[in-house]
Design a protein around this ligand. Structure first.
Ligand SMILES: Nc1ncnc2c1ncn2[C@@H]1O[C@H](COP(=O)(O)OP(=O)(O)OP(=O)(O)O)[C@@H](O)[C@H]1O
Ligand SMILES: [Mg+2]
Length: 186
């Protein structure tokens, strides 16, 4: 049974504009939000649903870079993305693996590699280069990154930025940005 949920604003594909790809991005990368989308989530289920909705914007070469403190709901959002991309496996935190690889399906039916990266334990870009991060993030797959601030080299200009703020035990403020140059942050 599908429940229809009302968000402050839903993401429409009309928000997508083509911009020149980031310097490091393969030439056929495209797909960024024209304007930031802002949501208030009142439960893990809502955050999951926002993630599932957001997954419609992803295509090969997309990067979804998450920013937000411990327990803010990054993985919860990513589980929604995984559902949207038809990934059947349970998404777990890749803390020990650092990069976990899944196989997803895009809207057009094409399959796509999906990399879930947790950079929490990385001390910087070099750590990530050393474990083959470049191959994952700048390949043809979709990269989803938690603790993005630890590997700034990999947050290419075309990346989506998803910022999650904890407002109370159950409320989260979620901002999704994409664009080139990156939007201003308060
Ligand atoms: N509105 C909400 N959205 C998401 N999670 C919520 C919400 N309200 C409460 N929570 C709780 O917050 C926690 C979020 O956990 P999650 O693992 O997704 O966070 P995280 O940002 O990935 O943390 P970490 O940095 O440790 O990886 C869960 O325990 C979840 O039940
Ligand atoms: Mg997490």
């Amino acid at each position: 049974m599908t429940k229809k949920r009302q968000f402050e604003r839903s993401i429409e594909t009309s928000d997508i504009k083509n911009f020149p790809p980031g310097e490091n991005a393969p030439a056929d990368c495209r797909g960024v939000l024209n304007i930031p989308a802002v949501f208030i989530s009142s439960s893990p289920e809502e955050t999951f649903a926002i993630g599932e909705n957001f997954s419609n914007l992803l295509e090969k070469c997309s990067i979804a870079a998450f920013f937000g403190p411990l327990g803010s709901g990054k993985t919860c959002f990513i589980k929604g993305i995984a559902r949207g991309l038809g990934i059947a496996e349970e998404i777990t935190s890749p803390t020990f693996g650092i990069i976990l690889e899944y196989s997803g399906t895009l809207k057009n039916g094409n399959s796509v590699k999906v990399y879930h990266i947790d950079a929490y334990r990385l001390r910087g870009n070099d750590d990530f280069y050393a474990i083959g991060g470049e191959e994952a993030v700048f390949g043809n797959g979709i990269s989803i990154i938690e603790w993005s601030e630890n590997i700034p080299d990999f947050i290419a200009p075309h990346a989506f930025r998803i910022e999650i703020e904890i407002k109370s035990a159950d409320k989260r403020l979620i901002r999704i940005y994409g664009g080139q140059p990156p939007m201003e942050h308060k």
